[in-house]
Design a protein around this ligand. Sequence first.
Ligand SMILES: [Zn+2]
Length: 363
Amino acid sequence: MSLTCPSDNSLFKRLFLGMVIFLLGCKGAGSEWQKASVPLIKPGATVQIRVAHATNGRLARMSPEQLQIMLASAQRTVRKELGVHVVFTAVEEIELGRLFARIPSSVQNARIKSIYDFKSGNGDKHKLAQGIHTTLTERGTKLDDAFAFAAPYLPPAHPKDLREFSGLLANVMMERLEQWRHIPARDGAPVLDTSPYNEWIDWDTLGYGELPYDLVITNQLIASAEYVDVDVHSAIRGGLTVGTTTYSRSSPYGSYVFWSTFPFLDNSEHTRSLRGGEQYSAVEAAELSGAYLAHEIGHLLFQFGHPFGQKTCIMNPVSMLRFREWQRQIDSSACPMGSRPEMTIGAVPVYFNAGWLRMSREP
Ligand SMILES: [Zn+2]
């Protein structure tokens, strides 16, 4: 998910970070960062989520039947794990290029410098490591928890602090991001082409435009590197995003979800290896995608954080792409809402940049 500002676990740290944010501005961007309000959703409530399916014709996609299986699975999992009844609207189909045309170009231009340009080889790995370190620090990441979560998927190492850990993550991220470049699309050309559709920053900017959806499902591979907001679970997957919850000016929840079905549908050797060898039928891919989408809906409706490594918690991110293993382990009775700081409503607020919002409204 997008955790665009500090989240933390103790009251003291919250107060301290609050002062830092007040004085310095979140992410060093002055006082332009503001908090979107927390959705007020009571247990047992029924909520509506507006859905689009943004498709890239070059890539495999879920059929309408698979999308229905996926949304039904998300609905069941949200009800069981989070106690809320989600109603999805009919899925609106939109071509990816048309969706991206909704990104306000002024905001896109303002953010382009945050993209690590791996396609041209002009990225700055040192700056990437620094960015990861800033993100982990802002989010109050504990080295022991995060390293225990990532260590099975890293080369042998013993980072002594978050800075060293961040350097290690940056190296692994770049090596693995290269792997995504070798995966071919249906037309034989690489999935990652010159279009910006794979760029997390662009998806993260979409909500500054008029976006009449709370959930955008896409068949696009979203894999990229940024100097901001890179967290552990995404870094070890080579910058691959399954889903993110981020600011949307048009959503009643203050944020929207973008959700890639690529990790569930792709059967390339690289993806299969990140899944620990798991290979899914069409139905299971849809079921698992829906179950894991419930995790993202936990961010959307409750602004929960990530209890890394707490495997019974729906908000524990999947290890690499082992979705079957993830689903087997979740159990709300062992990790109910409110039982941990990360499982507390508003644990990780959604932030937006007021300057970008103004820009997006200028003619
Ligand atoms: Zn998450």
